[in-house]
Each structure stands twice: as C-alpha cells, then as structure tokens.
Ligand binder design. Sequence first.
Ligand code: PMP
Length: 388
Amino acid sequence: MSSSYISSNVQTLKPSGIRKFFDLASKMDNVISLGVGEPDFVTPWNVIEASYHSLEQGYTAYTANAGLLELREEISIYLNDKFHVTYHPETQVLVTVGASQAIDLALRAVLDPLDEVIVVEPCFVSYAPTVNLAGGKAVTVQAKPENEFKILPSEVEAAITEKTKAIIICSPNNPTGTVLNKEELTAIAEVVKKHDLLVISDEIYAELAYDERATSIAAVEDMIDRTILVSGFSKAFAMTGWRLGYVTGPKEIIQAMTKIHQYTMMCAPTMAQHGALEALRNGNESVLEMKVSYRQRRNFVVDALNDMGLSCHLPGGAFYVFPSIKETGMNSEEFAERLLEEQRVAVVPGHVFGESGEGHIRCSYATSMKQLDESMKRLRKFVEKYTD
Ligand code: PMP
C-alpha cells in the first residue's frame, strides 16, 4: 500500500547496476575489488589539516550559498590556469555537494518538462536518471568500441530533435577512460553551436589525464556561453567522502542553479570547503604523485589484459580500463558474476553504463599494484578456462 505513494518517476527508476556487485562482494571473503570508482589514496594530509584547523578556529557555520568566496576565487584562478577560461567568482562559480549535485542542479535549472538531453553512453550511471528526475527525457547515443568509445559528431547530430536542449559529455570518461582531444571537442562543439544547444561537461577526471593534458570544451571558441562545466575534488585529490564539487558557466545559469541550491542545500559543507581551498593552493604535488602511480598501474593492467586476450585500448585518463570480453562468449553480467563467484574478483559489467558497454567490463585500477597483480593472475586463469 505504501508503494502507491511513490512518484511514478521514482518507481520507474532502476537501482544502480554497480551496487549489486558491491553487495555480493561484501558477503564473500578474499575478494579483490576492481569495482569501485574511487581513489585508494587517503586525502593529502595538508588538506585534512586545513579542514581540521578550520574547525578548531570555529568555522562551523554555513558559508555563503554559493560557497566561500575565497574558494570560488581559487576555482576561478585554477580553471584559468588550466584551460584559459574566465569565470567571475562572484557570479559564475557555485560550490556544490560533489559533482553529483552540480549535475542535478544544472539539469533542474535548464529543463522544462520533456525537454530532451543527449546522453553519450557508455557513461557514469547517474546522467539518465537525473535527467528524468528533472522532468526531462534522456536520449542516449552510443560511442562505439571501434572508435575507442569516442562519440562522432554525426552520431550526436542524428539524435537531435527540436526538443533537444543539452548534451552531457564526460572526458576523461567513466567507464572507458577515453579522453577527447581539442579537435574532437571542437567537432562536437560545431554541432552544438549549429543546433543552439547547451553542453553539460563533466570534467571530474580532468586532472587524471596521463598522455596529454585534458582540454575543456568550454575553452573551444564560442563555447564558454554554452558550457556548464562540472568538476570537483573527489577524484584528483582523493576526496570522495568530503562531498565537494563545483560548477561554472554562464552567469544566468549559475544564478538559476544557485537559487535551487539555496533552498535545497543551503551550502556545501564548510569544513570541506576549507580543505578544498588548501587542495587548490597547495595540493598540486600530491596530485602529481598520485598520477604517476595511476599511470604505472594503467600501463600494467592494459598490458596484462591484452596479453590474456581481453582486448583493451590504452585509455588516456581517469582510473578505469574497459576491456572487451567478447572472446569468452559470455555477456558482461554473466562474466562479472562468474568471475566473482569463481575467482573472487569484482568488476562491473559494461552494460550498466549503456548499450554499447555490453561486451565489456569496467575494471578500476585505483588499487595497489599488489592487488592488481593478484587480480590479473586470477583473471587470466578465468579467461583461460573459458576460451580453451
Ligand atoms: N561524474 C563522474 C564521471 C563520476 O565518475 C563521478 C563519481 N563516480 C561523479 C561525477 C560524482 O562525483 P562526486 O563525488 O564529486 O559527486
């Protein structure tokens, strides 16, 4: 009877396919998890200390709705240094509860009922549900394995209708690790401009690009007024539990988002904002150290996977690899279930990230070399059994 109170929007929402594997794995012994999407590092100590000191000094109250002005100024300087994009700290920067809240606010601020949003799959599992919860309609397009999961402008264009308002892109990408370079972003930007759309650009992994610096679509000519740039501290600074992100964009849109934020959240956690300030001011060295380690692990895992016959492109960023498992004849759900059951290695089946993710699995390499080494041995045994 109580289920009849649940809104139809929420009733049709499916639970995340990633959770299922965490729950199964947590009931087993000796499991190596390559399933989680978060750094294995602890937040750099100077960041922890800064947050701790802010508490000692009595900074325990709300901040401004948009976040500490000092932090917004620092974010604006950081983005300018990194991508040469200019955002006014007082009107174009909003500090949020993770990139997750930034995506939610962006969608709620811009969508009217049944406006369409193009979601490029495979992608982070929250995009389509948040579009739908904001009253919009998610229209998925598939990035193809044969293009290293880089979406082509023609594939985007084919999905545009008169109801399309925005497109969500993510580079470096979760789950594929694919990075779109300036030319590829420019080609997508041409379609966006031609059809007068907005881009919600999820750049949470921008610091974690290993071969070339990541570029922002906001930095492409004439895109700054069409881009809502979403980022945060979770990945690069190993701060997932702090719940701190930010969003920048055209003044009107950021102000509209701030209006929703002021009623629904008030502000992001104050102590986390003090930590984030330190992360931006003095965290670069720690990021570089973590990056060196991720890069080494990425190379190790990609070599091991290709060597055992699971073909895998070298992803340019984030901390995921997305190998094909087609050789084994199993679908991704079966593969992940049996691998967990037989070899106690947890990975995420590719289909949970979208249709073109089927035939692949996501392995996170944000875990120690020792664990990676052991998991690759187990995976090799498993693959040998099913490909003989
Ligand atoms: N975007 C992507 C692509 C992600 O992978 C994640 C976390 N898995 C998020 C956003 C959410 O980040 P946050 O912790 O800042 O909410």
